[in-house]
Design a protein around this ligand. Sequence first.
Ligand code: KG4
Ligand code: ZN
Length: 335
Amino acid sequence: MKILGIDTSCDDTSVAVVEDGKHILSNVISSQFDLHEKYGGIVPELASRKHVESINYIIDHALAESEVSFQDLEAIAVTNRPGLIGALLIGVSAAKSLAFCHNLPLIGINHVEGHVYANFMQHDELTFPHICLTVSGGHTLLLKVNKGWTYKILGSTIDDAAGEAYDKVAQYLGLGFPGGRIIDDMAKKGDEKAIDFPRPLINRDDYNFSFSGLKTSVRYFVEKAQAAGNLPPLENIAASFQAAVVDVLVKKTIRAAQEYQVKSINLTGGVAANSRLRHNLRKTADEHNMHVFHPSIKLCTDNAAMVAGIAYQKYQQGQRDKLDLNASANSDLGQ
Ligand code: KG4
Ligand code: ZN
């Protein structure tokens, strides 16, 4: 069964064709980095306008690459929540038009559920229940994922998402946007012990996260060091900041897996591309006889293959949406 998936939840226009929830026939992603870079972050209005320009070309491209025509498709899936509302509406409108014109079922997808699902497309061994750490530019969530795609939310960020903190810190350091990959690369050349940044909430026995204070600590540190004329190499700041973020994420994730007695950990979302997070989580998990799964980089960051993938599972569960499907900026998993 072939499903066409669309994701326009943030700054990437992505369309994919996926067969039976796993086989990716195409996964086209048109990034808007260049458009937003000079602003140091995503400008929602510009993102929406760019989606309007691109969406039909990206749909065409995804169909051509997969060598699939509308007659071969059995459903249209679209991220309709959560995300930037204007951006979401472009994808939802396109998906509704396609479903209507080609008389295909329409399936609205929660973007975060797409990230959670991404690992299943590449790892048959990932079993239920498991602990999932979803870390992206918009979300930092720790979940227990049960069979049948039901979720227990263990914790989330009380302020900035992990990826947001990466992007803002990169902005303070004048490194460009999006900052995650740039800091990750720089940190490899730096000393992670150079600066002792705080590890927010690391010893609290709940599963919530907070990255706003850490971000501000980096900012104050840089301002003070600049004023005193003794700014250390940016590589050291990047490495020390990254060490603080990763320590908190790893500690809470492993503790959740211990408390819920699960052996599998699903690491996903844009920040799951981070080399230190992957390495440290896997190393600590090994010490506890647990196993970490993460998707390839292309499936970590925003993409429509994960949307078409989870849509297959939802279709099997009977989900069909009507043509009045709307977009929503906020949404909890399970809603
Ligand atoms: O999942 P995603 O593509 O979009 C959202 O749903 O937010 O995640 C984008 C986020 C950005 O904040 C970006 O800086 C971060 O993922 N990111 C990384 C890395 N690659 C992307 N953060 C840390 N290390 C990376 N290697
Ligand atoms: Zn995302």
